[in-house]
Design a protein around this ligand. Structure first.
Ligand SMILES: Nc1ncnc2c1ncn2[C@@H]1O[C@H](COP(=O)(O)OP(=O)(O)O)[C@@H](O)[C@H]1O
Ligand SMILES: [Mg+2]
Length: 241
């Protein structure tokens, strides 16, 4: 579960808030899609939930643990796939995963099992013995997906995860998201692409200029006079620019 209460953030020298009074609750067992145009505040929100940025005001809880008060406990519940895949180029894939697993205190037998499972799913088994520096963009992305899951996080957060993935891997990633949610975990991912959100999510939130402008289940949005998500998105994010 993720709970944000009245969270705001303004970057130094910025004239406007990047995130403005965001209140939102994402439940266990739910895949939540965080949709918004470029610059809306998605990554800033995600960086605050993962503890990379500190909010100016407001509170964030991960499974009931207050992030500001208990940062280590809160962060240990989270797996994070960032939108850039800056991983250590001079390590082998498997070394990187072992390093991450050790940081989270995963016992080595369990770690090996998880690495095997996810590496075969993403067809990365052979590549793990190669240097990360030799990987394609998609392979780095897959490595960072695997790295986020080795400690079996209760909350999985992904920033634009489907951008740049090949169709096979995108399919596997979507299945993994559903599998995590079915286990009772929380999945939160951002996208500026409507189709992706529409196909995968249980509930969506639309953010624009740092403010949450709509939150609902996809079923409700569809039932509501047959408004498509696309037209809703275009209407509420239209600001004459
Ligand atoms: N490091 C930063 N310094 C200053 N402004 C930033 C920084 N990162 C993002 N912003 C600004 O904050 C706003 C929200 O950005 P961001 O959260 O990255 O949006 P999104 O992920 O939805 O594209 C934008 O106006 C962006 O230009
Ligand atoms: Mg972003």
């Amino acid at each position: 579960m993720i709970r944000l209460y009245n969270v705001s953030k303004t970057y130094a020298k910025a004239s406007q808030k990047a995130v403005d009074g965001l209140t939102l609750e994402i439940k266990d067992g739910e895949i939540f899609g965080f949709l918004g145009p470029n610059g809306a505040g998605k990554s800033t929100t995600i960086k605050m939930i993962t503890g990379i940025l500190t909010p100016d005001s407001g509170t964030i809880e991960i499974n009931g643990v207050n992030l500001a008060e208990n940062p280590i406990a809160a962060k240990s519940l989270v797996g994070f796939v960032p939108d850039n895949h800056e991983v250590y180029e001079t390590l082998k894939g498997v070394e990187y995963l072992n390093f991450i697993g050790a940081m989270y205190g995963v016992p080595s037998a369990a770690l090996k099992e998880k690495i095997d499972e996810y590496a075969s799913l993403f067809e990365m088994k052979n590549a793990l013995s190669d240097m990360i520096g030799s990987y394609s963009h998609g392979m780095k992305q897959k490595l960072s997906v695997i790295a986020a899951l080795v400690h079996e996080p209760k909350v999985w957060i992904l920033d634009e995860p489907l951008t740049g993935l090949d169709p096979q891997s995108a399919f596997q990633l979507k299945r993994l998201m559903r599998a995590q949610a079915d286990k009772g975990n929380t999945v939160f991912f951002s996208s500026h692409v409507i189709d992706v959100v529409e196909k995968v999510c249980d509930r969506i939130g639309i953010i624009n200029h740092g403010k949450l402008v709509a939150v609902d289940t996809l079923d409700n949005i569809r039932a509501d006079g047959k408004v498509s998500l696309e037209s809703l998105f275009l209407t509420i994010t239209a600001d004459g620019e």
